[in-house]
Design a protein around this ligand. Structure first.
Ligand SMILES: [Fe+2]
Length: 565
């Protein structure tokens, strides 16, 4: 059975398409990688064509279409629940009364504007629509490595289908709903609006806030936020004052409250307070869920879980043995989740199995050669590429690698990656300048699994999240000495722990580097220019390599070097 998951045409972020064949995820592409518009939310025409092509099928072969996000009419029960909250909160904050009427008018106008139907032959295919948070939950559960175990499944994001989170139990290949959280109390939207307050782009730059947080004093803002929070009642987590923020985060209703809360604080203190609040409130709640659900394994998705420090806190909770963070935890994973859920419904369940991560467009010998010749780059084909690249890195060079299939999700994991030695903290400024980036967190390291424990003592072999760079760890003294450039001011790092079976060519480069230097880790950062999506094709890789002025580029089996000055 072939199911095509399509996320797009509903004003949600990260449009894209995923192909599931007999319950296995075989391809997934986000529209942004082809359109080159970051977080593209248009209809994913090109991503659909690309995902089908990678899977080696045509649109005629598709048996069923799966789409996340409810149609407007089916959102009615959630919307009615929000209206009830509006009325209750408006008694304390009269300005919320206006929002109540806005909500109602919006509802009617949205009814007049139905979602886009898949075009062409796809319109004739049977289709199922899956609610937003169920799509997130399915992406987390069915792509997890937990097989037949009982799993706690948690989703948290800004908002989707009027909710900002949900809890499920995954068991025997099925998801059982426990609860939904109304979006009026969304810590995801609170985080986004403070991101905006700090002058960054909400929905894109939350990672910068997380990096900045390590430089500040959390206390003033943490206390102010907690004064508006009832941690004992997550159905009404915020008081009426704070609930104004998720209600209209970027209009006066929300920004006035944020301005008041952050008054007199430095940017660093604001970031630190927000991050401390997020970790404290969410991890306490997750702890409750773990006890209630009687689980020790968690599978999570939704944009909030791109917060790598929060994930570290969750993994450290008593009773939590392992956390799987879906590789594409944001809305880019919705097409996959919807497809999984439809498969499970049609087949009386689906046994979870760890989904692969190299699911996108491929760079092979043929298309790499064509692009190198077309763009006139000087290159050769070394017999032992790994050895040559290991030596370049040991000599302090910065080497990009674009080979094999593109990663699924926001992290580059070796196939669209820039590698650099990390013994000198100055490399961060150098890389930020080359790629015109402004990061407060240092670049993250990739480390050979055999040495992960020496560098990150809390790491364990079955920690799945570390394979996908979705969690931080406290760095050991050896790590601080050997890879200072990859350790943040708070003493943590966000490693990719690599096993040879995951990506042999990439692993071998690191192994060669280790053989020369005795250090088992280099920087791995995504291969993209400032604010652009990660490179996809061989041509894009060469263009970015030349524009950034890097020392070398591994392109498929070839090695291109910078022209001599
Ligand atoms: Fe979402």
């Amino acid at each position: 059975m072939i199911i095509l998951g399509i996320n797009g045409g509903t004003r949600q972020h990260n449009s894209g398409a995923s192909v599931l064949i007999d319950g296995k995820l075989v391809s997934s592409v986000e529209e942004e990688r082809i359109s080159r518009i970051k977080n593209d939310n248009g209809y994913p025409h090109r991503a659909i064509a690309e995902a089908l092509s990678i899977a080696g099928i045509t649109v005629e072969d598709v048996d069923m279409v799966a789409m996340p996000n409810l149609s407007v009419w089916n959102q009615k029960p959630m919307r009615d629940n929000i209206l009830k909250h509006d009325i209750r909160l408006a008694k304390v904050e009269p300005i919320i009364k206006k929002c109540y009427w806005k909500h109602r008018i919006e509802w009617y106008t949205r009814l007049l504007r139905p979602r886009l139907k898949p075009p062409g032959i796809l319109a004739q295919k049977p289709a199922q629509i899956i609610e937003h948070h169920l799509s997130h939950a399915a992406s987390a559960y069915y792509a997890s490595p937990f097989g037949n175990e009982r799993v706690g499944v948690i989703t948290l994001d800004g908002a989707g289908d009027y909710s900002w989170g949900s809890v499920w139990v995954g068991e025997n290949g099925k998801l059982q709903q426990i609860l939904y959280l109304p979006y009026l109390y969304s810590i995801g939207l609170l985080y986004a609006s403070v991101t905006n307050y700090l002058g960054f782009i909400a929905g894109r730059h939350e990672g910068k806030v997380l990096g900045l947080a390590a430089f500040g004093n959390p206390e003033p803002l943490l206390s102010r936020l907690l004064a508006h929070t009832n941690m004992k009642d997550w159905e009404c987590l915020f008081d009426a004052r704070l609930a104004r923020v998720p209600l209209r985060p970027f209009s006066k209703i929300g920004t006035t409250v944020i301005n008041e809360l952050c008054e007199g604080l430095s940017r660093e203190d604001v970031a630190a307070g927000l991050q401390a609040y997020t970790e404290k409130v969410i991890s306490a709640w997750v702890q409750e869920q773990v006890v209630k659900l009687k689980v020790s394994k968690l599978a999570v998705a939704g944009g909030v879980f791109s917060n790598v420090k929060l994930n570290q806190r969750i993994l450290a909770l008593p009773g939590v043995e392992d956390v799987y963070v879906h590789q594409n935890m944001g809305d880019g994973g919705l097409a996959t989740g919807a497809a999984f859920e439809v498969h499970a419904r049609l087949n009386n369940g689906l046994r979870p199995e760890l989904a692969p991560v190299y699911l996108g467009t491929g760079i092979n010998r043929e298309n790499a050669l064509l692009a190198l010749q077309k763009l006139g780059a000087a290159f050769d084909e070394p017999q032992n590429l790994a050895q040559v690249v290991g030596r370049l890195l040991a000599d302090g060079k910065v080497v990009a690698r674009a080979a094999g299939r593109m990663e699924y999700g926001p992290r580059a994991l070796g196939n669209r990656t820039v590698m650099a030695p990390c013994h000198d903290p100055g490399i961060n400024q150098w890389l930020n300048k080359k790629f015109a980036r402004t990061e407060f967190m240092p670049f993250a390291p990739v480390i050979l699994q055999e040495h992960a424990r020496e560098y990150f003592p809390d790491w364990k072999e079955d920690h799945i999240a570390a394979r996908f760079m979705t969690i931080t760890y406290d760095a050991s003294d050896i790590a601080k000495k050997n890879i200072p450039a990859a350790v943040h001011i708070d003493g943590t790092a966000r490693p990719q722990v690599i096993r040879r079976e995951d990506n042999p060519e990439y692993y071998d480069i690191l192994r060669e580097y280790h053989a020369i230097t005795g250090v088992a880790s280099v920087i791995n950062t995504s291969f993209n220019m400032h604010e652009e999506p990660i490179v996809r094709t061989a041509e894009e890789a060469i263009t970015a390599f030349q524009a950034a002025g890097l020392d070398a580029l591994v392109l498929g089996p070839f090695l291109a070097r910078a022209k001599a000055e």
